[in-house]
Design a protein around this ligand. Structure first.
Ligand code: GUN
Length: 293
């Protein structure tokens, strides 16, 4: 079997086009565009790149964006004061504090300062708590995990009743994606660095979500024939053949796994583009909710 390649770039482009057209209508009707504020503390180059692409995507969708860049030496009180200002700013529908924060800052303290109605990342403890309870939907679902579910739905994968294995238990991906799959009635196993016999666990899965941050760790012979593989990993590895000397790979050995899976996401061009599409979607949702829509 050769797997269907799940094209996240194309799916994200469709979602973004729909958002842009809804934003145009709402802007005309309500006299204001949705607004997203980003807070970047420090100068981590990867974070700078991510934040820049979020602003570009907002621009293209007609969403206003406000960029706040603070030095790594900023105090906890100063970051929280900025978040409080944004909570009170009626032009701002969503607040995104780029993670990780520099050492010395308390991430949970900052995230819990964000008003839950503006928590477009879905990382506020109340939203995460609700995501993990039955029948208590959060106001926002974290973007990358939401993108994973969108891709499964767009591919026609049946989640209900499926055996799903999530590899990785980060707050940003592993934990929320496991909750989303469970809420959709999958039977979910969360694996991590202490899991015994990981290949055996992965072999049981109808749906594999890899979010461990280790280049090509999950091999093709771990994948059950016909399984669906969603690769959240983005790892830069050395490659002497590439003009830049490096290239991006996922957590899954793609060329091996595509021979076995029924569908698989590529890296790049898989989950990555979906994260931003879901952020725009969440910002639009927040804006609509503010207007009682
Ligand atoms: N760092 C890596 N992924 C994310 C994300 O989805 N949101 C934020 N705020 N920071 C991140």
């Amino acid at each position: 079997m050769t797997a269907q390649i799940i094209d996240g770039k194309a799916l994200a482009a469709r979602i973004r086009a729909n958002i842009a057209s809804e934003v145009t209508d709402l802007h005309a009707r309500l006299g204001r565009a949705p607004g997203l504020a980003t807070v970047l503390v420090g100068t981590d180059p990867a974070s700078q790149t991510y934040v820049r692409s979020k602003h570009k995507a907002c621009n293209q969708a007609g969403i206003q964006s406000f960029a706040y860049e603070l030095p790594a030496t900023t105090s906890q009180a100063e970051v929280e004061a900025l978040v409080e200002d944004l909570n009170a700013n009626p032009e701002v529908d969503g607040i995104l504090v780029q993670l990780p924060l520099p050492k010395g800052l308390d991430e949970e303290g900052v995230l819990s300062t964000i008003h839950i109605d503006k928590d477009v990342d879905g990382f506020h403890p109340i939203n995460i708590g609700r995501l993990n309870m039955k029948g208590r939907p959060p106001l926002f679902v974290p973007c990358t995990p939401a993108g994973v579910i969108e891709m499964l739905d767009a591919t026609g994968v049946t989640i209900s009743g499926a055996d799903a294995v999530v590899i990785g238990r980060s707050n940003i991906v592993g934990i929320p994606v496991a909750a989303l799959l469970r809420n959709r009635d999958a039977t979910v196993t969360v694996c991590h660095s202490r899991t015994r016999d990981l290949p055996e666990k992965v072999r049981r899965a109808d749906i594999v979500v890899a979010a461990i941050g280790r280049p090509e760790m999950i091999r093709g012979d771990w994948i059950r024939p016909g399984a669906v593989v969603i690769d959240v990993g983005i790892n830069r590895i050395e490659d002497a053949q590439s003009p830049t000397g490096s290239r991006l790979v996922g957590d899954v050995a793609f060329e091996e796994a595509r021979q076995v899976a029924s569908a698989i996401t590529p890296v790049p061009g898989g989950v990555g583009p979906m994260t931003i599409a879901m952020l725009l979607q969440n910002t639009l949702t927040g804006f609509k909710r503010t207007h009682g829509l």
